[in-house]
Design a protein. Structure first.
Length: 254
């Protein structure tokens, strides 16, 4: 099984929420751009701003800012519900915009711990944007969170067949194969990720974890030590230090 803390660490590389504002009216709206920036940095203030904007007839852009402020405040389920409503409205006029917002709604529900609902939303988004690599990667994460690892692998296979230069997809697929105890394939996928992003601490941490699963305690220790060297203040390094402490307690890799 893929540990939640591993996927959470990988999720954090994405959670800056690079929101796709499809449609010139939204993209050109300076007030929306300012409100979205505020939502990320000061969500409570953004909620107040969005409420005032809605009262003045701000419409969909104001509602969008409100939903994203809820997301950044950590109210993921409420944000997801608002984003679903907005997606329905936008999707009637612009399927691409609807798909983008459905994808963000899926991410909100994933953060809320509802991987099944997140997967449904990603699937609906993919019906509007068939083959979208980012949506496929996100759905793979949702499927893995729901312990549907082979389905996650299928989505990632599709992404990598189109774009083998996506290091994140190799890494997510490696994590899924680790959960399936396919250690040889997991190590091969991590190697591909590291070829594309040498020294990536998430990949090094995962490689150590896979080696530990395969019984290679010394190799795992070397990788976790390497994580500490290349990114000492990072989340992967904190996990690696915990893993190393566990090795020491067990007396392995000496």
């Amino acid at each position: 099984m893929i540990q939640r803390n591993l996927f959470s660490g990988l999720f954090h590389t994405l959670v800056a929420l690079p929101f796709l504002l499809a449609g010139p009216a939204l993209a050109a709206d300076a007030e929306l751009q300012e409100c979205l920036k505020l939502a990320e940095m000061q969500p409570d203030e953004a909620l107040e701003r969005a409420a005032g904007w809605q009262a003045k007839g701000g419409g969909t852009p104001a509602r969008l800012c409100h939903a994203l402020a809820l997301f950044h405040r950590g109210d993921f389920a409420e944000a997801g519900r608002h984003l679903e409503d907005i997606a329905t409205e936008l999707g009637q006029k612009d399927p691409r915009a609807g798909a983008a917002v459905l994808g963000r709604a899926g991410w909100a529900w994933l953060r809320a711990g509802d991987s099944a609902r997140a997967e449904r939303l990603y699937t609906a988004a993919l019906e509007r944007q068939p083959g979208d690599a980012d949506l496929l990667v996100d759905r793979a994460i949702a499927r893995a969170e729901g312990e549907r690892y082979w389905d996650a692998v299928d989505d990632l296979n599709t992404v990598l067949a189109k774009d083998p230069a996506r290091a994140d997809a190799w890494l997510y697929r490696a994590a899924a194969h680790k959960a399936l105890s396919n250690t040889r394939q997991a190590l091969a996928d991590v190697a591909q990720a590291l070829e594309l992003k040498p020294g990536d601490p998430e990949a090094l941490l995962l490689r150590g974890n896979v080696k530990a699963l395969a019984g290679d305690a010394k190799g795992a220790r070397d990788d976790w030590k390497l994580v500490e060297r290349v990114a000492p203040d990072s989340s992967p390094a904190r996990v690696a230090r915990g893993n190393l402490a566990g090795l020491e307690r067990s007396g392995a890799a000496k």
